[in-house]
Design a protein around this ligand. Structure first.
Ligand SMILES: Cc1cc2nc3c(=O)[nH]c(=O)nc-3n(C[C@H](O)[C@H](O)[C@H](O)COP(=O)(O)OP(=O)(O)OC[C@H]3O[C@@H](n4cnc5c(N)ncnc54)[C@H](O)[C@@H]3O)c2cc1C
Length: 491
């Protein structure tokens, strides 16, 4: 075994970006991944010729056509990797009980659609979007790839981003506020307010008042200015590109390698102990496991200050998911589009488990994801972890809960049940098992104004964290940014 500078626990996008950048900066890096497939929430898996995304399928700014703000693309550029992507618009269809509504990246087309439902609301939406796009225009001059999470950020910002910082000054209020605050100022139309809540929920798992304004500004700016696109080969192609870049710069990835414990001596990290019993030493360990898994399972309680540990473990978690992964016959579905969101009941909270269902059919863009004449379908909805156990009722409960997803799919493909050739139903237990995540959570429910995502530092010298329970939060671009911040801090 070579002598290591860094061990990364987990090959989610956060772990891969941190590990790959550090390898690029000349460090000897080993990534230990518990699962036999790398990528965490973004891994792809195959069954009988169908290639499924396990999680994310909505991406902006990964191709080479336009300069992109996406931190993941910036990492790929540094690694010398690129992705083939397929652009598409409309980016999705929202199915409300009162009707179906296409969502376009092109803002004018989007507003025209909104105006057909509510002309007043469309004008309010325009004002809301302008507020957020002006924030995006300031943020875009600050390159994420240059940022770090320590005091050395200050000289970087002053020397490289001074004009951008000046431009940001008038935006200081909105940077710290929730999108809900911006919405309250600009939008009174209830239909458009629900639309904004829905878009925030899809992005952060929280509605407008829980989602920070820069996150939505970034999403809106990227999808409007750069466009929405799907990577050829699915989310696994992103993971593969990061691994290629990582290995090209000398990094080593071990899959099927579960880390049992982070080893700490006299307040300093000294390495990790694998489930197989082996001890691997390194002066730096980066955990890509969640905050609950890192502090609750991988460290001994006495390794952390008691109150720090207790506070960290109290971080609220967003619920887990029910999943349906289907292989279906494609005949007669030539007009099918790839992304759909179904809200079953407008009177119920959109965040209520089962009420909002997300559907992705990526084989409409990349036909190689399914055998000829078939499509791959992934549908998912929030579902609480509590109450799920592998007992005699498990199979029935699983089928029953999957009905929300089937009913949603019937809005898009009415005869879906007759088309199925492969069916995989996933519960919160499946999600937590394959993703090695505490209670299968989507991530930390840190609402705007109620707290901030913690940075990459920990109280233990040499131990760092990346991923969706660190700054800036949930989502592939965000966790790539967390990897950049950590790697640059350790450069
Ligand atoms: C259903 C779903 C749909 C989504 N859709 C989108 C989308 O369209 N667009 C978007 O941008 N984002 C989306 N997201 C969010 C995004 O996928 C995640 O925020 C992001 O991928 C999380 O990355 P991460 O690096 O934080 O951690 P993870 O992906 O959780 O990776 C952590 C890794 O660490 C490994 N690990 C944990 N413990 C150990 C251990 N002890 N030893 C070794 N390895 C360990 C795990 O196996 C895992 O591989 C979606 C998420 C889900 C679940």
């Amino acid at each position: 075994m070579m002598s290591l500078d860094v061990i990364v626990i987990g090959s989610g996008i956060g772990g891969l970006t941190a590990g790959a950048l550090l390898a690029r900066y000349g460090k000897k890096v080993l990534i230990c991944e518990s699962h036999t497939i790398a990528g965490g929430a973004a891994h792809s898996f195959s069954r009988r010729g169908f290639h499924f995304d396990s999680g994310p399928s909505f991406y902006c700014g990964l191709g080479n056509k336009f300069p992109s703000l996406n931190p993941l693309k910036q990492v790929l550029d540094v690694l010398g990797e690129s992705l083939e992507v397929i652009p598409y618009d409309p980016l999705g269809h929202y199915h409300f009980p009162e009707g179906t509504f296409p969502v376009y990246s092109n803002l004018q087309k989007y507003r025209q659609e909104v105006a057909q439902v509510t002309p007043q609301g469309a004008q309010e939406l325009e004002r809301f979007e302008q507020r957020l796009l002006s924030l995006y225009d300031c943020l875009k001059d600050i390159p994420t790839i240059a940022l770090r999470a320590d005091w050395q950020l200050i000289p970087i910002l002053i020397s490289r981003c001074f004009p951008a910082l000046l431009k940001l000054l008038p935006q200081i209020n909105i940077i710290n506020s929730s999108v809900g605050d911006v919405m309250d100022r600009e939008v009174s139309d209830p239909w458009v307010r629900r639309l904004i809540d829905l878009e925030c929920f899809l992005l952060s798992g929280l509605k407008a008042h829980g989602t920070i304004a820069p996150e939505v500004a970034f999403m809106l700016g990227e999808r409007t200015r750069v466009g929405v696109e799907y990577p050829v080969g699915g989310s696994g192609a992103i993971v593969d590109a990061l691994i290629r870049g990582f290995q090209r710069w000398g990094g080593e990835l071990w899959v099927g390698t579960h880390v049992e414990q982070i080893l700490v001596k006299s307040g300093k990290v000294i390495g990790v102990k694998l489930r197989k019993g082996e001890i691997i030493k390194a002066p730096i360990v980066i955990s890509n496991a969640t905050i609950w898994d890192t502090y609750g399972k991988l460290l001994k309680p006495e390794d952390l200050p008691r109150t720090y540990r207790e506070e960290a473990l109290k971080t609220p978690a967003i619920e887990s998911f029910m999943h349906l992964h289907l292989g279906i016959k494609a005949d007669g579905l030539e007009e099918l589009t790839g992304h759909h969101v179904v809200v079953h009941d407008s009177k119920q909270d959109i965040a209520k488990p089962g009420n909002t269902c997300m559907i992705s059919i990526p084989s409409v863009w990349d036909c190689n994801l399914a055998p000829e004449g078939y499509h791959v379908v992934h549908a998912y909805t929030l579902e609480a972890y509590e109450g799920w156990q592998k007992d005699e009722k498990y199979e029935d409960k699983k089928r029953e809960k999957a009905q929300f997803l089937y009913c949603a799919l019937e809005k898009v493909i009415p005869d879906i049940r007759q088309r199925i050739t492969l069916e995989l139903i996933g519960t919160p237990l499946t999600h937590s098992h394959f993703l090695r995540r505490f209670q299968g959570t989507y991530g930390a429910a840190i609402a705007a104004g109620k707290g901030m995502f913690p940075g990459c530092h920990t109280p233990i010298s040499g131990l760092y964290r990346v991923g969706d329970s660190t700054m800036p939060g949930i989502g592939v671009p965000a966790v790539a940014a967390s990897g950049i911040l950590c790697a640059n801090t350790l450069k």
